[in-house]
Design a protein around this ligand. Structure first.
Ligand SMILES: NC(=O)c1ccc[n+]([C@@H]2O[C@H](COP(=O)([O-])OP(=O)(O)OC[C@H]3O[C@@H](n4cnc5c(N)ncnc54)[C@H](O)[C@@H]3O)[C@@H](O)[C@H]2O)c1
Ligand SMILES: O=P(O)(O)OC[C@H](O)CO
Length: 323
């Protein structure tokens, strides 16, 4: 299968590197002409994935028409741009969605957005605990590949699997997407705990109670609990809530140290999806009657709606209830 990757940020570049590892030709669409030039001329993407020497089989382009001869397209743009990016892609080619988020305004997951933007294209979702730099270096990684069509999933898995990159198959597309979207918001909360010096007990509590929120929201949207407890849910939650390698965790750490959200978000080149997902998730959860107090707290901090000590006290003062 001739693969194309749409989006040359850290994750798209790392996935192109993975797919080209066996000498295969991979076409990589980048928004920025500088990135196209650096990939083709220097075999590097210093803007988004520094210190990685890229495989010779990666050919960058800024022309979406160059994707027309691909058998498979990995879509790796920020979630809020997925609709416009997918609309430009060639029709009818299987799309593997790698972005993590929920669309503002519609509350749609990426597979639902892509189905509207390219109704003829089969859809799969690739999501899990995957820091781009580690995948690009060939470090061991496992990931969920979710697709309603088992035969297509098997073909994609055969194309993307590597000795150190192990996809696990699922038919629960919604579940795989909800885990990836919600964990980004919870990673901000864990970053806040780190930045404010609240300790590791607080982090473990946020991960566990955050996972309860993810599960409630996921079940309300038709996800299966075993998917949420797998790589794309709990697995990615644990990874992203544990390290400043996560942009979302780092953003939260800044908030916890008392830096204003607006300053932290201004002029950011790389994407911290949780900042965009948080208000959408809050709206979607309220609309379905799902309680998500940790998500509400993250929104309050991102919107500078209340001082940090007040937000922490409000979470701790919630009524005692059954776990
Ligand atoms: N970085 C990771 O480790 C990782 C791992 C798994 C999933 N993801 C997900 O992949 C998606 C992309 O993240 P990333 O880390 O590759 O990005 P990044 O932060 O490294 O780079 C930002 C990307 O946004 C693109 N962009 C900016 N404005 C755009 C526009 N108007 N239209 C289209 N694209 C635009 C840039 O070209 C660039 O590719 C996100 O949803 C992220 O959650 C990232
Ligand atoms: O750096 P983050 O917080 O966007 O996390 C990257 C990946 O989603 C981890 O799986």
């Amino acid at each position: 299968m001739r693969a194309g990757v749409i989006g040359a940020g850290a994750w798209g570049t790392a996935l192109a590197q993975l797919l080209a590892a066996d000498g295969a030709h991979v076409r990589l669409w980048a928004l920025e002409p500088d990135v196209v030039e650096a990939v083709n001329r220097d075999r590097a993407n210093p803007l988004y994935l520094p210190d990685i020497s890229l495989n010779a089989g990666i050919e960058a382009t800024s022309d979406m028409a160059d994707m027309a001869d691909r058998d498979l397209l990995l879509v790796v743009c920020p979630a809020q741009h997925l609709r416009s990016v997918v609309a430009q892609a060639p029709a009818g080619v299987p799309l593997i969605l790698c972005s993590k988020g929920i669309e503002a305004g519609t509350h749609l997951l990426m597979s639902e957005v892509a189905a509207q933007a390219q109704p003829r294209s089969p859809i799969a979702v690739l999501s899990g605990p995957t820091f781009a730099s580690e995948v690009a270096k060939g470090l061991p990684t496992a990931i969920t590949l979710a697709c309603a069509d088992a035969a297509l999933a098997a073909r994609i898995a055969a194309r993307i699997a590597r000795p150190a990159f192990r996809p696990y198959l699922s038919d629960d597309v919604i579940g795989a997407e909800i885990g990836g979207a919600v964990k980004n918001v919870l990673a901000i909360a864990c970053g806040v705990a780190e930045g404010a010096g609240l300790g590791l007990n607080a982090r473990a509590a946020l991960i566990s109670r955050g996972f309860a929120e993810m599960t409630r929201f996921g079940l309300a949207r038709g996800a299966r609990v075993e998917t949420l407890a797998g790589l794309s849910g709990l697995g990615d939650l644990v990874l992203t809530c544990s390290s400043t390698n996560s942009r979302n965790f780092s953003l939260g750490k800044g908030l916890g140290e008392g830096q204003p959200a607006a300053a932290l978000l201004a002029h950011r080149r790389t994407v911290a999806e949780g900042a965009f997902t948080a208000p959408v998730l809050r709206e979607a959860a309220r609309a379905s009657g799902v309680e998500m107090p940790v998500v509400e707290a993250v929104c309050a901090l991102l919107e500078d709606a209340a001082p940090l000590p007040q937000v922490i006290d409000a979470l701790l003062a919630r009524p005692i209830r059954a776990e």
